[in-house]
Write a protein that binds this ligand. Structure first.
Ligand code: HEM
Length: 527
């Protein structure tokens, strides 16, 4: 093998010598091999063909959603308590137990709809995905900056994303397609009242909240389970932009939020979020006017206080965007002992989708990449081979034994957790049914009433601007929904569109809707 380092500096240049990927020194990086100075190239032009063919494969598929994003690293520090209560009685997850205990983390912020190089000023939810490299293996908490979502059943995810993505023919994001879908999807009202308010354009990633959105469970040492929701509150405060602010920022920079985060960390101004958890007993809750497994709902904080359990600090930027931001892979199935899923119908679907897309997007061995590997424990599996395998994740004394069970060595199962049967026993018919308690309007209306005047003005303005670009039938149905949400919202948006309550009072509830008593009364007095 040629010792490249011994080639010595030329002309006093002591930088290291360029090689190809076989380690061969490159003598000429300016000219292909040709027959004569002007002549044709030949097929055995190894150095050129290797260089160009690798370049041809530089891009991997971008994420189907959340393509544009930025990752930073840091730590999670536990408080050892849930509010004032010792945390051990609530979850046995090790990372939460001791006050001051630190767990390394990676956090990727993102926008949802645009491509990898799209503008970060878009009105769009922002992703807030965290990988905790715990001693029990990785835990991913994959959330957004808004507390609720557009839909409540994973089977609708491709539809909502198709409606929000560019038109398949014109390749333009089109309000007429977006509001066509939303007008037929009443559970989206709560989300769009948030998304079209100023909260829909966070000023940057440091000044936004994060929410787990879906309902998870905590499991304690005796196997008792509780339903939980996660919230991240920025120490930097929450800031938003209006459309005008966003247009001014976008005129100068498509990546202002990535730059803001990167620069803050570079100058030692480390951003920080506190993690708060809401909790509810793990059973059905007929006393509530919403379903706690419905991700279009928030849990009222007066009844279910959000109590702090720790904080996260980001203190390191990526060293390589492709390795650490493009290839990082999160999933809602990535949980550790003491944390569990709920039956939230979105969460179940998400849990299949993430690792499925990552096997396609990054490759079947995506978990061998350093950024995705468990860091605070070792990985020992009998899963082998596949494209780009380099770490066989083996173990045990006998490397011949890549199966289990064996009396010749190999890996053994861990001791079974003492409390394997967690949560309530569920009985029911296999069926396809909406959840019985949909309550699609009430929380959207409460959110509207909680807004400050300028936020309401901005929301109405944004709805009118968007809906002005829609067909009349879509406009009418949206005004109908807004009147069901809150009279004032329906009147104001309707006025902006020239549509009064009398123009929509003939509309019947959608076939997919079952109104509750309160909603029926509202419908009877529409407007
Ligand atoms: C990314 C699916 C709902 C937050 C993704 C990706 C897929 C996906 C396929 C790309 C992952 C990758 O290429 O690595 C789904 C499905 C959903 C759903 C099927 C509904 C059933 C949600 C919800 C949230 C969310 C409700 C917020 C709580 C995110 C985030 C990312 C993401 C933050 C980006 C992760 C990263 O930075 O790599 N989702 N998603 N998704 N999703 Fe979802």
């Amino acid at each position: 093998m040629t010792d490249v380092s011994s080639m010595g500096p030329q002309d006093g240049d002591d930088r290291e010598v360029l090689t190809n990927r076989q380690g061969h020194p490159v003598y000429d990086n300016q000219n292909q091999r040709t027959v004569g100075a002007r002549g044709p190239a030949t097929l055995e032009n190894y150095q050129f063909l290797e260089k160009i063919s690798h370049f041809d494969r530089e891009r991997i598929p971008e994420r189907v959603v959340h393509a544009r994003g930025v990752t930073a690293f840091g730590f999670f520090e536990a408080y050892g308590k849930w509010g004032d209560e010792p945390i051990g009685g609530l979850t046995r997850a090790k990372l939460f137990q001791e006050a001051g205990k630190r767990t390394p983390v990676a956090l990727r912020f993102s926008t949802v709809i645009g491509g990898r190089d799209s503008a970060e000023t878009a009105r769009d939810p922002r992703g807030f995905a965290i990988k905790f490299y715990t001693e029990d293996g990785n835990w991913d908490l994959v959330g957004n900056n808004l507390a609720v979502f557009f839909i409540r059943d994973a089977i609708k995810f491709p539809d909502v994303i198709h409606a929000l993505k560019p038109d398949p023919i014109t390749f333009r994001q089109d309000p007429n397609r977006i509001f066509d879908f939303m007008s037929q999807t009443p559970e989206s009202m709560h989300m769009i009242v948030n998304l079209f308010s100023p909260r829909g354009i966070p000023s940057d990633y440091r000044h936004q909240q994060g929410f787990g959105v879906n309902t998870y469970k905590w499991v304690n040492g005796t196997g008792e389970t509780r339903l939980v929701k996660y919230h991240w509150m920025p120490k930097q405060g929450v800031r938003s932009m209006t459309e005008e602010d966003a247009a001014a920022v976008q005129a100068n920079d498509l990546g202002h939020a990535t730059k803001d985060l990167h620069d803050a960390i570079d100058r030692g101004d480390y951003p920080e979020w506190e993690l708060l958890v809401q909790m509810m007993s793990d059973e059905e809750h007929p006393e509530l006017d919403f379903d706690p497994l419905d991700d279009t709902k928030v849990w009222p904080e007066n009844d279910f206080p959000a109590k702090p359990v720790g904080r996260i600090v980001l203190d390191r930027n990526v060293e390589n965007n492709f390795l650490e931001n493009e290839q990082i892979s999160f999933g809602t199935g990535v949980l550790v002992d003491g944390l569990d899923f709920s039956d939230d119908k979105m969460l179940v679907g998400r849990t299949f989708s993430y690792s499925d897309t990552q096997r396609y997007r990054v490759g079947p061995n995506y978990l061998q990449l350093p950024v995705n590997q468990a860091k605070s424990t070792s990985v020992r599996t009998n899963q082998r081979d596949g494209l780009m395998a380099y770490d066989q994740g083996g173990g045990g004394e006998n490397p011949h034994v890549n199966y289990e069970p064996s009396i010749h060595g190999g890996l053994r199962e861990a001791q079974y957790p003492t409390h394997d049967e967690q949560g309530p026993e569920i009985r029911g018919r296999v069926t396809r049914k909406r959840i019985p308690l949909t309550s699609d309007y009430k929380q959207a209306g409460q959110r509207y009433l909680l807004m400050e005047d300028w936020e309401r003005d901005d929301l109405v303005h944004n709805f009118v601007t968007q809906l002005s670009q829609c067909d009349r039938d879509v406009q009418e149905r949206m005004v109908w929904h807004f009147l069901m949400v809150e009279d004032d919202l329906g009147h104001r948006v309707g006025k902006g569109l020239g549509i009064g309550p009398e123009d929509v009072s003939h509309l019947k509830p959608l076939q997919s809707q079952t109104l509750d008593e309160e909603e029926k009364e509202r419908l009877a007095n529409l407007g």
